[in-house]
Every structure is written in structure tokens, then in C-alpha cells.
Design a protein around this ligand. Structure first.
Ligand SMILES: [Ca+2]
Ligand SMILES: [Ca+2]
Length: 286
């Protein structure tokens, strides 16, 4: 929050005072020109909130601290902390200290909220209504991709809008990168992948990969292709949840995307590959 890595658009609030918008709610922020030295609400009541959308699967919140307004004698005395998970939009839980049943209402929290498969979506400072985040199924027929011979799947956008990420829901089938290793829904069991075993890639129509994971360039025989790891997602996970895109993309109706097995995309070590995986594709819209 303080260094600006969390951008202004990730911070929202129940209400805002003129030139003291939610994005001003950062530690050690000073007034500048007309801009106030804090986030201020429009009304004074117990139902105001500030929300930070972490937009990341791997977010780990280790502390929450607040301070008063820099350029006036205004501050919050007490608040409750709530959080929700990426895959459970709208369902906020109130943070409690470990081993305690009481909800904590105080000015400073030090907590670790870490996760495996449950992905932290956002935190906010009071009870209220959550922005609605929508998973929308895109494909009509299952989208299937093979492991070689450019047998990618395609899907076309059916609703225009801004997309933060995608997920794939396994329907049937599996793919293999090598006959000596077990096949899997989304990846490869060959030991040279170490933990970067996922190989399923979504691309634009021009075959450039969407940055939905931290890709590693895996070496084949004289060629390279993407492989990656996503925390909490195995190669046989019923749902492959990608990371959120570094910046959301605008999509329009009819726009084509493709689903590829990494080695097939780069024509790299694909001759001994086999199998097909079929999935439903969901996009997370703003
Ligand atoms: Ca192979
Ligand atoms: Ca190929």
C-alpha cells in the first residue's frame, strides 16, 4: 500500500470525500496541493469501509496498520477486518486472532492469512456489500486440445468486457509428454520439469501466450517452451485456476483465444506426446 505496488484502482471505499478518495488511504501519505492526506468518508457512521483488492493467488497479508489523517485531526478509533477468497466472491469472513472466538476490533492487526488452494481475494475494513465478481462460462461446446500436431482448441468471447483471469474446468481426457510417464489433465510428469509441471497455455489468436502464470522456458531438444507452477494447483486438478493477468484485458464479442499444450505450441519435443484434454473455459469479468 505504502510504496504504490497496490495500484489506485485496487482500492475502493463505501464513500469518499472530495480529493480524499480511497486511493489516498495509504500509510505516510502527505497532502499535496488540493489532495488531502488521507482517505476520508463522505458520512460519519459505523458502516464505512475501505477495500483492497489483492488480485493475486499468492497474496499473504502479514499485518494491517492504520494512522490518522496527515493534514487534520481525524482518525478512525476502531474497525473490524474482513477478508474473502478469490473463489468465494461475496462471502466475507471477519478476522479473528488465532485461538480466539471474538472478532477483533482494534486499530492494528498483525496476522498471517496464508492459503493453499483458497485464494485470498481482498481485505476490507468493515461490514458491507462486496463488489460482485463474476465467473462467466465462455465456451458452448467443450474446448479440447491435443498434445501434438498443432491440435489446439479455440474459443470465442461471447460477452465483451474486461477480463482479469481465466480458469479451466476439466471435463474429460488427459495428455502426455512422454510415454514413460503418466498422463495428466494439464501437464507433464517428466522429472526434468521439477515442480513446473503445468503446460496448458491460453494464447491470443496470434499464438502469443497470455501472462497467466510465471512461465519458465523449459528446454527440449534444441527448442524451448513454457512450463509453469501455480501454488496449490496439481497437474490433475479438477479446475486449473490461472494467476490474474498483470493488467486486465478488454475483450470483444467473437474475439478468438486458443488453448494449447505448451510443447505443441512451440513444436518442441512433441513427437512422442499423446492424448487430448477437454475443458470448459471461464473468464473472470470485472
Ligand atoms: Ca515429448
Ligand atoms: Ca505443434
Amino acid at each position: 500500500m505504502e510504496n504504490g505496488n497496490i495500484t489506485d484502482t485496487q482500492i475502493t471505499a463505501s464513500s469518499e470525500w472530495w480529493r480524499a478518495g480511497a486511493y489516498r488511504g495509504r500509510l505516510h501519505l502527505k497532502a499535496a496541493g488540493d489532495m488531502k492526506g488521507a482517505w476520508s468518508t463522505r458520512g460519519l457512521d459505523n458502516y464505512q469501509w475501505l477495500q483492497v483488492d489483492l488480485r493475486s493467488y499468492n497474496a499473504r497479508v502479514t499485518g494491517v496498520a492504520t494512522q490518522g489523517r496527515q493534514d487534520a485531526r481525524e482518525w478512525v478509533k476502531k474497525y473490524k477486518l474482513q477478508f474473502s477468497f478469490f473463489n468465494e466472491p461475496g462471502s466475507f469472513q471477519t478476522y479473528k486472532e488465532k485461538g480466539q472466538n471474538k472478532e477483533k476490533a482494534t486499530k492494528t492487526f498483525f496476522a498471517t492469512i496464508g492459503f493453499g488452494k483458497r485464494q485470498l481475494k481482498s481485505i476490507k475494513g468493515a461490514p458491507s456489500i462486496m463488489r460482485s465478481f463474476n465467473w462467466k462460462k465462455i465456451n458452448i461446446e467443450p474446448v479440447c486440445f491435443g498434445a501434438k500436431d498443432d491440435s489446439h482448441g479455440t474459443f470465442n468471447i461471447t460477452e465483451s468486457g474486461v477480463i482479469y483471469t481465466f480458469k479451466l474446468v476439466h471435463l474429460r481426457g488427459s495428455v502426455s509428454c512422454n510415454p514413460n510417464y503418466p498422463s495428466s489433465f494439464w501437464g507433464c510428469g517428466h522429472p526434468h520439469y521439477n515442480e513446473e509441471k503445468l503446460l496448458t497455455i491460453i494464447t491470443f489468436q496470434n499464438k502469443s501466450a497470455l501472462l497467466l502464470a510465471n512461465y519458465k522456458k523449459t528446454q527440449g531438444y534444441g527448442c524451448r517452451y513454457y512450463s509453469y507452477k501455480i501454488e496449490g494447483v496439481g497437474v490433475n486438478e479438477p479446475e486449473l485456476w490461472f494467476n490474474t493477468l498483470p493488467s486486465p484485458i478488454s475483450v470483444s464479442v467473437g474475439q478468438e483465444f486458443q488453448l494449447w499444450y505448451g510443447p505443441d505450441l512451440k513444436n518442441c519435443s512433441e513427437d512422442d506426446n499423446s492424448g487430448h484434454t477437454c475443458a470448459d473455459v471461464y473468464a473472470w469479468y470485472e
